[in-house]
Design a protein around this ligand. Structure first.
Ligand code: COA
Ligand code: AMP
Length: 632
């Protein structure tokens, strides 16, 4: 038995001892009374009775322990030609002052604050300031539309919204403030105030009484201290796609989160405090929460905040430049970023321009990593390339090669073994028996989950139970399907629900169907995810029009494309749709989305025995061929 097996076995045999040891790395105001509290099983809580402050653990303690002059955050923004190194002392000062500003606006422990920001240091400042006050932040990704923001405003009823005048997408300046104003018009709940960070590219117009200029209020505020919160109190809500248009508000606690992230920095990523860790994602996603802001800072590392793309800002050497300029040891991004680089620079010739001797490991997650991309990265970078698997719900990896414990062989196509603390099983969907090695089933995790995963869904405990805990009693249902091989390596193959993954972004086809169905001429519709060389998957819509619909098919397609962009946002990347005469269904009326996807991807498939009318599949194939899919 190797070291990894040993740690894994210990974590599962005695989870309370294992995680209590990890918890000693966190500073507590008041020690917890129970490591694992199962009194409300199947909902578990970690470190109950304990009190801490996440911001204290991320900033103050490092300054107190002599890390004040170390860089905490490197802001690198090729789109504005800015680079800034912010030390732990400076970040602490900015956070404490901004927390004072929020407090002046009435924000206190337990209040919600929405943060709708581009990738600028102020986004991290706002998150940490909320944590400092014990307020609960909810960051909304900038690529979502006003309507999505409104849904989140209504669900978490923020006292204050923090935003910026604009984001910058390569060379396009995206005004944020009109979207924010539209969202507040659409929402039923109204925030008391909006704090706006004015960027020089666009000055946002302000609504009197409600809107406050960040710089002005910060100028008047005094720094405030950390507010102790219960380990089980929420640190943040992060909305993620569910199967309907109503997103799920993932709630993360303070105590378990701090413990798990600190543990992961060493044991999974093998980083040392003081080293540079770069999570090339966005603060709007879970990767940005865990591995741009909280993980690296709680651990005392230096984190990179990059406002740019892997290609186009200005070229496919962008990532290599950031690594070499900022001495990055570990990079974490989505496979799609590497597919984009490879597409533009197949020989990786840009690598020759930079000295990457500082670079130790590449971690990839967010979507299935195709072996071709992993092998290309291994071949070009000549460092371990680690595929690892996790979800917004879990907050940190479920399966990974844990480099800080023991490097296991890299097997392309697999995110390796379940991480200590996680008991991952592959179960038969019907009888819940364990599948033999090599056979695909539902991927589930035995309860209780380790610390740091979601404690509940905001305002929706019953949805939490229904969506995750009832399908396989005693287990957390991940919604992913896959298998384990005889060495215990996990292979995550597909989702068991209607979620798709576009450029590492998790999207709900159900939410897109709701937008299509609302078009006046659409009688019924279905949206599926088709394979895409760059983004992994792309959404594709099928529409049956109402009898007597007057508009041309191309007009309807153009209108729904525009409507999804308007209602959900550009991040949905919804550009493909086709009008069909009928949708294929089972005799009981269930739309055969999986079969349509196989036709679109030119995969072999069996005609489902329960199909109502198999001829419709030929009609679907012809329609798909008209837009360049389903060609075999
Ligand atoms: N604010 C406003 N708009 C945004 C946005 C933001 N924060 N993020 C993305 N968008 C827009 C894009 O500009 C694009 O708009 P367009 O239709 O006008 O071109 C649209 O949303 C789709 O974005 P995306 O799917 O990301 O495509 P892209 O062509 O802009 O970039 C990649 C493709 C692969 C380069 C990019 O997705 C990427 O770098 N991904 C890897 C990192 C990552 O995001 N990881 C997330 C999980 S770890
Ligand atoms: P998100 O919640 O946005 O992080 O998306 C989580 C989903 O992305 C998972 O449920 C998987 O479907 C997919 N995913 C993430 N990482 C991987 C991976 N390494 N391999 C396969 N799928 C992954």
């Amino acid at each position: 038995m190797g070291l990894f097996d040993d740690v894994q076995a210990r974590s599962l045999a005695k989870p309370e001892i294992f995680w209590a040891e990890a918890a000693s790395e966190i500073d507590w105001y008041k020690p917890y009374t129970k490591v694992l509290d199962g009194s409300d099983a199947p909902f578990y809580r970690w470190f109950s009775g304990g009190e801490l402050n996440t911001c204290y653990n991320a900033l103050d303690r490092h300054v107190e322990q002599g890390r004040g002059e170390q860089t905490a955050l490197i802001y690198d923004s090729p789109v504005t030609d800015t680079k800034e190194n912010i030390t732990y002392s400076d970040l602490l000062k900015r956070v404490a002052k901004f927390a004072g500003s929020l407090a002046q606006l009435g924000v206190a422990k337990g209040d919600r604050v929405i943060i709708y920001m581009p990738m600028i240091p102020e986004a991290a400042v706002a998150m940490l300031a909320c944590a400092r006050l014990g307020a609960v932040h909810s960051v909304v990704f900038g690529g979502f539309a006003a309507n999505e923001l409104a849904t989140r405003i209504d669900d978490c009823s923020p006292k204050v919204i923090v935003s910026a005048s604009c984001g910058i997408e390569v060379s396009k300046v995206i005004p944020y403030k009109p979207l924010l104003d539209e969202a507040i018009d659409l929402s039923t709940h109204k925030p008391d105030h909006c704090v706006i960070w004015q960027r020089p590219q666009i000055e946002a117009s302000m609504t009197a009484e409600r809107d406050v200029d960040w710089a002005e209020i910060e100028g008047q505020a005094s720094a405030v201290d950390c507010v102790p919160v219960a380990a089980t109190d929420p640190l943040y809500i992060l909305y993620t796609s569910g199967t309907t248009g109503q997103p799920k508000g993932i709630v993360r606690d303070n105590g378990g989160h701090a413990v798990a992230l600190h543990w992961s920095m060493k044991n999974i990523y093998n980083v040392e405090p003081g080293e540079v860790f770069w999570g090339a994602s966005d603060v709007g996603w879970v990767v940005g929460h865990s591995y741009i802001v909280y993980g690296p800072l709680i651990y005392g590392a230096t984190s990179v905040m990059y406002e740019g793309k892997p290609v186009g800002t200005p070229d496919p050497g962008a990532f290599w430049r950031v690594i070499s300029e900022h001495n990055v040891s570990v990079l974490f991004t989505a496979p799609t970023a590497f597919r984009a680089i490879r597409q533009q620079d197949p020989d990786a010739s840009y690598l020759d321009k930079y000295d990457l001797s500082c670079f130790r490991t590449l971690f990839l997650a967010g979507e299935r990593c195709d072996p071709d991309t992993l092998n290309w990265a291994l071949d070009k970078l000549k460092v371990p390339v680690i595929d690892h698997w996790w979800q917004t719900e879990t907050g940190w990896p479920i399966a990974s090669n844990c480099l800080g414990i023991e490097e296991l062989p890299i097997v392309a196509g697999s995110p390796a073994r379940s991480v200590p603390g996680w008991d991952v099983r592959i179960l038969d969907a019907d009888d819940h028996s364990e599948m033999p090695a090599g056979d695909i089933g539902a991927i589930v995790c035995k309860l209780p989950l380790p610390p740091g995963t979601f404690s509940t869904l905001w305002n929706a405990k019953e949805r939490h139970r229904q969506a995750y805990l009832t399908g396989f009693p005693g287990y957390y249902e991940t919604g992913d399907a896959g298998y384990k091989d005889e060495n215990g390596y996990i292979y995550v193959m597909s989702r068991t629900d209607d979620i798709i993954n576009v450029a590492g972004h998790r999207l709900s086809t159900g939410a897109m169907e709701e937008v299509l169905a609302a078009h006046e001429d659409v009688a019924e519709c279905a949206v599926i995810g088709v394979a895409d060389k760059l983004k992994g998957q792309l959404p594709l819509g099928f529409m049956v029009l109402k009898a007597g619909a007057q508009k041309s098919h191309s007009d309807v397609v153009a209108e729904v494309v525009q409507k999804v962009r308007h209602d959900i946002g550009p991040v949905a990347a919804f550009k493909l749709a086709v009008v069909v005469g009928r949708l294929p269904k089972t005799r009981s009326g269930k739309i055969l989305r999986a079969t349509m996807r196989k036709i679109a991807d030119s995969e072999d498939f069996k005609v489902p025995a329960t199909i109502d009318d198999p001829v419709i599949l030929d009609e679907i194939r012809v329609a798909l061929q008209s837009i360049g899919y389903g060609n075999t």
